[in-house]
Design a binder for this molecule. Structure first.
Ligand code: SAH
Length: 261
């Protein structure tokens, strides 16, 4: 059995309990060395074999995992954050399936959640935005035209932009072309939850200058939207005048169970 494990955003204690147990039991660990905190590997068994996938091709990673399974070893494929975002896991899963190797996924804390924690932000503020767009600028990996930053920006929903710290002038231009004012609040969260984390609050118009001034070129998320500003409406869920499945309304109105969690 191969298990894809989410390592969390960086801090060694932000992996799940299950992920930690899987790491401690693994005979083989293939980890994404460019972003996974190597301290997470401290709990590995003494005879565990460790591979850094930053130096490997897909074929080499698959060979290690498939051979490990044939040798009856416990294999962990450790990905940063949660494997479901920009993890290139699907091609590994397909390769395993082709070879008849079973796999499972153990989720992790994605860096976009780590960034919200660092900012003390709620991405879904009533009256401001109830949606989060997770996207990236096109790089070596193309982004479909229908998903351009400009088109997403037109929604004025909260945006979290991965893999784009090296392209901030272009990102800011696209955001503005889509309708975000240059004063729209934005933030750069560098290495969320790592010891050298940096949280830089700025605006769409000052994104590029802020990153340049701080020398940030990678391993950051860009958060954009009015949720980073001051205003919002309070929630219905905890409003005394609204009842829910668990609590009656104080004034007997609005018992429509709005937004039961
Ligand atoms: N699967 C990962 C994302 C991998 S793509 C996840 O769920 O977080 C790599 C990109 O994620 C980086 O370029 C950066 O944009 C972002 N990233 C990963 N870890 C980060 C962290 N601790 N702080 C800020 N951004 C991070």
């Amino acid at each position: 059995m191969v298990v894809f494990v989410g390592a969390g955003p960086g801090a060694e204690d932000l992996i799940t309990v299950r992920g930690q147990r899987l790491l401690a039991q693994a005979d083989i660990i293939v980890y994404a060395g460019s972003l996974v905190n190597p301290g997470l590997l401290d709990i590995k068994k003494q005879n565990c074999r460790v591979y850094n996938s930053a130096y490997m091709t897909l074929e080499e990673v698959l060979d290690v995992m498939i051979q490990g399974e044939r040798d009856n070893k416990r294999v962990v494929r450790l990905h940063t954050g949660d494997p479901c975002l920009y993890g290139a896991v699907r091609e590994q899963m397909d390769g395993l399936e082709k070879a008849g190797v079973a796999y499972e996924v153990c989720p992790g804390v994605s860096s976009f959640c780590g960034a919200a924690a660092a900012l003390g932000a709620e991405y879904t503020l009533p009256g401001i935005s109830q949606s989060v767009v997770i996207t990236r600028m096109a790089g070596r990996t193309a982004v479909p035209q229908k998903e351009s930053i400009k088109d997403f920006a037109a929604h004025q929903a909260t945006m979290v932009v991965f893999l784009s710290t090296g392209m901030l002038p272009a990102l800011a231009a696209e955001l503005q072309a889509g309708g975000y004012a240059s004063e729209t609040p934005a933030a750069i969260v560098y290495k969320a939850s790592w010891p050298d984390e940096k949280v830089l609050r700025c605006t769409v118009g000052t994104l590029a200058d802020t990153a340049r001034r701080e020398g940030i070129t990678k391993t950051a998320l860009i958060v954009i939207g009015d949720i980073l500003g001051g205003g919002y409406e309070r929630s219905k869920l905890y409003d005394p005048t609204f009842g829910t499945e668990f609590r009656s309304a104080v004034k007997g109105e609005g018992t429509d169970g709005t937004d039961p969690e």
